[in-house]
Design a protein around this ligand. Structure first.
Ligand SMILES: Nc1ncnc2c1ncn2[C@@H]1O[C@H](COP(=O)(O)OP(=O)(O)O)[C@@H](O)[C@H]1O
Ligand SMILES: [Mg+2]
Length: 373
């Protein structure tokens, strides 16, 4: 198959995406598949990368993919193009060249990659793609909307107050929100953007002054933020795959040495977090995590894959769903792949499975009527 791997992107998680995509390329069977690398710059422009780039990361585990901005290799999408030519390169020197793509894998985290935007582009181009569809991706990226759906399904979530920018910018509305937060929650509280990832813009606030600072910071990243009670919690995660039959893999646990699992603990500090697989839980708790994960995934109509993240409250032993990631960190040492591996699905098998799921979903949707004729 011709597999297009898209990476980088106009997202706060650009660098993480490059690392994830490098691992995908390193583990893809290039005897079976032809890999097309599409690097997306931070400004959001798409460039086809040379085939040497695949060899570079395959022959040296320490190499990472780069993004070369060759104007002759700008990639564009043809609406309705389909698998024979839904993507095309246009270049002033070479004219246009068709790139057949059997499956696109947006190894993109966060905005424009995980939020339904690129999924809409693939739908428009009529190309099969890995992961959730437009609605599922968009909702899963939005922590408020995700929680509303989970609450509706009777699933446990951390209580929250959602604040929109226009409310924050109106002094009366904002003072009222602060009053309600202080009435309903006790400090410390936790503040985070609704639609971000990798803990960017997220912080803990111990008092009203810190709440103001945290909220200001969170609004740098999004027009909508959440304020929640700070839960002293163990962080449990579970990988799920499937379109209609769902598999929840061995749950894992993240033990962060920081005051919460912040960006540095995730990516910069080598001692920032310890990953335990399986999570140090008894069988009953492990089963509960897997069951809730499948439900949380199903009610969002997800397809392909997702990582479901939980808090286990240290004081009450209650589970809360925290969030869901539809394109989770995907390096070979990332939780997602490691948890699948702990259940017997190795990294290469995992990506094959995701390609298969992408094609099955595409075929099922292709038979739907779009015309009365
Ligand atoms: N209500 C909360 N109480 C305590 N810690 C929290 C809370 N919400 C988030 N965190 C901490 O912040 C991290 C990032 O928040 P999360 O909701 O997972 O967003 P992101 O999409 O950035 O990963 C979590 O892994 C956790 O360590
Ligand atoms: Mg998270």
């Amino acid at each position: 198959m011709n597999i297009a791997i898209l990476y980088g992107g106009k997202s706060s998680e650009h660098e993480v995406s490059v690392r994830s995509a490098t691992a995908v390329v390193q583990n893809i069977d290039t005897k079976k598949h032809n890999v097309l690398l599409i690097g997306i710059t931070k400004a959001g422009r798409w460039y086809l990368q040379s085939a040497n780039e695949v060899q570079k990361v395959k022959s040296n585990k320490n190499e990472t993919l780069s993004i070369t901005q060759n104007q002759d290799m700008v990639v564009s999408i043809i609406p309705g193009g389909g698998t024979d030519g839904g993507l095309i390169t246009v270049g002033s020197n070479f004219g246009a060249k068709n790139l057949p793509v059997d499956v696109a894998f947006p190894v993109l985290h966060g905005s424009y990659g995980e939020d339904g935007a690129i999924q809409g582009l693939f739908e428009t181009a009529n190309i099969p793609y890995v992961g959730g569809g437009v609605m599922s991706s968009a909702v899963s990226m939005d922590k408020e909307k995700t929680k509303q759906i989970w609450i509706h399904a009777g699933l446990p979530v951390v209580p929250f107050v959602c604040v929109r920018r226009y409310e924050y910018e109106n002094e009366d509305l904002w003072q009222n929100i602060v009053k309600n937060v202080e009435r309903d929650f006790t400090y410390p509280v936790f503040v985070k953007p609704c639609c971000a990832g990798s803990s960017v813009g997220a912080s803990k606030a111990e008092n009203k002054k810190e709440l103001q600072d945290s909220v200001k910071e969170a609004f740098l990243w999004d027009d909508k933020i959440l304020i929640e009670p700070f839960i002293e919690a163990r962080e449990i995660e579970c990988s799920v795959t499937g379109n209609t039959e769902f598999t929840a893999y061995t749950p894992g646990e993240v033990v962060s040495s920081h005051s919460f699992y912040d960006y540095d603990a995730k990516y910069n500090d080598p001692n920032g977090a310890q990953l335990l697989i399986p999570a140090d839980l008894d069988d009953a708790h492990l089963r509960t995590v897997r069951e809730i994960s499948k439900k949380a995934y199903r009610v969002l109509d997800l397809t392909g894959l997702a990582r479901v993240d939980f808090f286990l409250d240290k004081k009450t032993d209650n589970f809360y769903l925290n969030e869901i990631n539809t394109i989770p960190g995907f390096t070979s040492i990332s939780m997602f792949a490691k948890m699948c591996e702990a259940s017997g699905l190795n990294y290469s098998e995992l990506i094959e499975k995701l390609f298969e799921l992408a094609i099955i979903r595409f075929k099922n949707r292709a038979v739907l009527k779009t015309s009365r004729a």
